[in-house]
Design a protein around this ligand. Structure first.
Ligand SMILES: Nc1ncnc2c1ncn2[C@@H]1O[C@H](COP(=O)(O)OP(=O)(O)O)[C@@H](O)[C@H]1O
Ligand SMILES: [Mg+2]
Length: 490
């Protein structure tokens, strides 16, 4: 029996886990479900000794585990498989397994390969030929390799963090069979997932995390998708956007037509079309990893779709320069942290051309614009010369929104723009976006925060497996939205 008692863990202002109890028994598949940010990965990391809890303890078969030691947790029999496979692309699978997995004394690849094959055969899947790099392998192969690596330690407990998120539908059934076999061997399997159907299909029991609290533990055979969706989402304030916010016009500002994107033989975007009107805030809800990031990359011009197109319109005519995109991974894509704030403004194409007429940089103009934005958007910063690194996360986010607006776009696409902001910072960004829409701009807000979208958006779509589904205001109840987010489109 794997038991975690009274686990709490805080990251800065975020209470990721709040006095959580969890238990899973031998010969059981236990699904751990919850929305994005519910604390699932943190709980896995604590169980596997990778993260030290602030309080609480973990025990396996009655023996307490030392907190925060991954190697000792592994020795005690707890192995965890990460959400994204961590494999060396240029290496073969047997090299990957030899590097962290099977007994590597002497780096005897033949021995590793033989033992891997024996294990894989017992588990009912086939391994590719040895010697070839894994670059060309499918996602399903990679996930299986990770599982194989974890199993090479012959663990008593196997925890898998959303392993099926990346599998194509046809790869799912064999994978669930694999989990059943492992259960049959008397192991404890903890399956983290946000797919309710999958949890119901394969798990014996299901635990539900909601915003860091364990809100339910139930027997799979005695619950339903609707109940699980309700538990997962919890009390959501179902607000209708204020009348004052509804300023949509008939003019199409952003038109996305029939986008398709494939990767590893898997459809990331599946015939996605959407129109956003001037004066409107449209929202896309969904669990992360359903194509949102790729959609944003396409709109930012950083990725080409396999088919389909999009246009931003200005007074009826096309113009991509009138589209500003605020990507999710801000510190990687958005700001250069050791560059002064005013220079960071120049990273936006329209501002660069405005501030460098005839190729000459108007440094004073850039500094003045920066100062104006800092004041207008209440950004707390030492001054235009300060490096972006000197700003708190919330102020960096505001700066990015401010920079997007300073480009004078007709359309703003913002992805998880308020993630990590405190309440005041969130309200401020919302106010800025609302004002932009009220003045005739169009906003496409892509977020995994349902509450935010419900409060902000006149039209709301749910994205699942690369497809979009509109949800009229009348359909906006938590369990219905939960089912849609989990990929049930009925
Ligand atoms: N290393 C970290 N630093 C800061 N915040 C973190 C860290 N890990 C997790 N969090 C925060 O803790 C909360 C729970 O995250 P996580 O356990 O990853 O949730 P889930 O796996 O359910 O999506 C989130 O708000 C997340 O932003
Ligand atoms: Mg996670």
């Amino acid at each position: 029996m794997l038991i975690a008692r009274d686990i709490s863990r805080r990251f800065g202002r975020t209470l990721a886990l709040d006095r959580v109890d969890f238990e899973a028994a031998a010969g059981e598949i236990h699904a751990l479900i919850g929305e994005n940010g519910a604390g699932k990965t943190t709980l896995m990391n604590i169980l596997a000794g990778r993260v030290r809890p602030d309080s609480g303890e973990v025990s396996l078969d009655g023996a307490p585990l030392p907190a925060g030691s991954a190697s000792r947790a592994l020795k005690a029999g707890i192995a965890a498989v990460n959400q994204s496979p961590m494999l060396f692309e240029r290496f073969s699978w047997e090299e990957n397994l030899a590097l962290g997995g099977f007994d590597t004394s002497g780096f005897d690849l033949k021995k590793v390969a033989d033992r891997s094959r024996a294990l894989a055969e017992r588990l009912g899947f086939e391994l590719p030929p040895t010697g070839a790099s894994i670059e060309q392998r499918s996602v399903a192969d990679r996930v299986r390799l990770e599982v194989l690596r974890a199993l090479s330690f012959d663990p008593r407990v196997l925890i898998l963090d959303e392993p099926t998120g990346v599998l194509a539908p046809s790869e799912l059934a064999p994978f669930l069979d694999l989990l059943r076999r492992l259960r049959g061997e008397g192991r404890i399997i903890v399956l983290i997932t946000h797919k309710l159907g999958e949890a119901l299909a394969v798990a014996d029991r299901i635990s539900v995390l909601q915003k860091g609290r364990m809100v339910a533990r139930t027997i799979a055979a005695k619950t339903s998708e609707a109940e699980l969706a309700r538990l997962m989402i919890g009390q959501v304030a179902i607000s209708v956007p204020e009348a004052a916010r509804i300023t949509a016009t008939d003019a199409v500002a952003l038109k996305i037509s029939d986008l398709f994107l494939n990767r590893d033989g898997y459809r990331v975007l599946d015939d996605l079309s959407l129109e956003v009107h001037a004066g409107e805030i449209a929202g896309i809800a969904g669990v992360d990893g359903n194509g949102q990031t790729e959609l944003v990359e396409i709109l930012a011009g950083a990725r080409r779709p396999d088919a389909g197109d999009f246009s931003a319109f200005e007074n009826g005519s096309r113009g991509r320069s009138s589209l500003a995109v605020i990507p999710e991974t801000r510190d990687q894509d958005g700001l250069v942290l050791d560059m002064p704030l005013w220079e960071n403004l120049l990273l936006a194409g329209p501002l660069l051309s405005r501030l460098t007429p005839r190729g000459w940089l108007r440094r004073a103009g850039a500094i003045a614009l920066c100062r104006e934005l800092l004041a207008r958007f209440s950004i707390r910063a030492p001054g235009p010369d300060a490096p972006a690194a000197a700003l708190s996360g919330g102020n960096r986010q505001r700066l990015e929104v401010a920079r997007a607006i300073a480009c004078d776009p007709r359309v703003i696409v913002a992805h998880n723009v308020c993630r990590g902001l405190d309440i005041a910072g969130t309200a401020e960004v919302h106010r800025i976006l609302s004002a932009f829409a009220a003045a005739g701009g169009a906003v496409l807000l892509i977020s995994s925060d349902l509450e935010e979208l419900l409060a902000m958006c006149e039209r709301l779509f749910v994205m699942s497996r690369g497809r979009l589904r509109e949800t009229p205001v009348a359909e906006r109840d938590p369990s219905r939205l939960g089912l849609l987010m989990a990929g049930h489109w009925k």
